[in-house]
Design a protein around this ligand. Structure first.
Ligand SMILES: Cc1cc2nc3c(=O)[nH]c(=O)nc-3n(C[C@H](O)[C@H](O)[C@H](O)COP(=O)(O)OP(=O)(O)OC[C@H]3O[C@@H](n4cnc5c(N)ncnc54)[C@H](O)[C@@H]3O)c2cc1C
Length: 197
């Protein structure tokens, strides 16, 4: 599913092609990547994938080192306790782990956060059967307060993005499809991309 079709050039622009095909770059939508990783994980013996089980708190065991809380598991939203020898936090940008640790007390907060300050307003498109637009490029256009871009995806898909400062409250109107489409119309370079999908 994720293999690139060698007959489908992602672009006619040499520079863009090289940048998207360099090692480590995957041209695919996030849900597709997550689906592939989930399938691979489910095939690993001994791994159980549990969905929708939000973790709400840590379970404390008896102290092993004086003054250091000893975690022995986690509790799900439904109140189920899962015991563990090792807990790995991979809960991402909006992690609730700092709050859960604060509830235990005693634990020093070592979290280091850096806000990049950008917000993406994106829409995904799928090739409607006509192939990619003729002059296929993956343009990125910078205006004073807004950047517009076109990103290649998997299986004949692409996304158009508008990137703004997360502090720009007026531009949050771009969450509405109608406003987003009207804003994208201001970039004629993308006309073929919006009409082709
Ligand atoms: C709009 C946008 C575009 C991006 N584009 C790119 C890109 O093109 N290329 C790129 O490399 N990166 C991109 N990134 C960054 C990339 O998405 C992140 O760096 C990456 O997802 C971080 O992975 P992660 O596993 O640390 O966290 P996440 O992907 O955030 O995963 C955390 C997971 O933990 C789960 N979780 C959280 N709290 C709990 C809890 N209490 N209990 C149970 N589960 C919980 C969440 O539901 C989630 O599934 C983009 C990010 C954004 C927002």
């Amino acid at each position: 599913m994720l293999e690139r079709d060698p007959t489908e050039p992602p672009t006619t622009g040499r520079e863009a092609r090289e940048s998207w095909e360099r090692p480590g770059v995957s041209r695919l939508r996030r849900p597709v990547l997550e689906f592939a990783v989930a399938i691979a994980a489910a095939r690993i013996p001994g791994v159980t994938v549990r969905r929708g089980d939000g973790i709400v708190r840590f379970v404390l065991g008896s102290e092993q080192i004086s003054g250091v809380p000893h975690l022995v598991g986690v509790e799900t939203r439904d109140g189920e306790v899962l015991h563990a020898d090792l807990i790995v936090d991979a809960s991402g940008h909006n992690s609730t782990v700092p709050r859960m640790l604060a509830e235990i007390g005693q634990v020093r907060d070592t979290e280091d956060r850096a806000e990049a300050g950008f917000i993406y307003y994106a829409r995904h498109y799928r090739d409607s059967g006509r192939g990619l637009p003729e002059a296929a490029q993956w343009p990125l256009l910078h205006q004073e307060t807004l950047t517009a871009g076109c990103l290649p995806g998997d299986n004949g898909t692409w996304s158009l993005i508008l990137v703004a400062s997360s502090h720009d409250r007026q531009l949050r109107a771009l969450r509405e499809v109608d406003a987003w489409e009207r804003a994208m119309e201001l970039f004629p370079e993308y006309a073929s991309w919006t009409q082709h999908g």
